[in-house]
Design a protein. Structure first.
Length: 70
C-alpha cells in the first residue's frame, strides 16, 4: 500500500507541474501560434493548435533522445 501511495503522489506532482507549465505558456502567448486553427459557429468553437503540437513533438523528441540515450 505504501508503494501505491508514493506512485499516486508522484503522479499528482507531475500533473501539477504540467498544469503550472501550461498556465505559464498561456501567459506567454504560446496558445496563439501562427499555425493555430480556430473555427467559430453559433454554439461551437473548434480550436486546433497544430503549431503547438509540432513544437511539443520536437521538444519531446529532443528531450527523450538526450535522457534515454544509451
Amino acid at each position: 500500500m505504501e508503494t501505491a501511495g508514493k506512485v499516486l503522489l508522484s503522479m499528482a506532482l507531475a500533473l501539477a507541474v504540467l498544469g503550472v507549465g501550461a498556465l505559464v505558456l498561456a501567459k506567454l502567448g504560446v496558445d496563439r501560434l501562427p499555425a493555430t486553427l480556430k473555427w467559430h459557429s453559433e454554439n461551437v468553437t473548434v480550436f486546433v493548435p497544430i503549431g503547438l503540437m509540432v513544437i511539443v513533438s520536437i521538444v519531446g523528441t529532443i528531450l527523450l533522445n538526450v535522457f534515454l540515450r544509451r
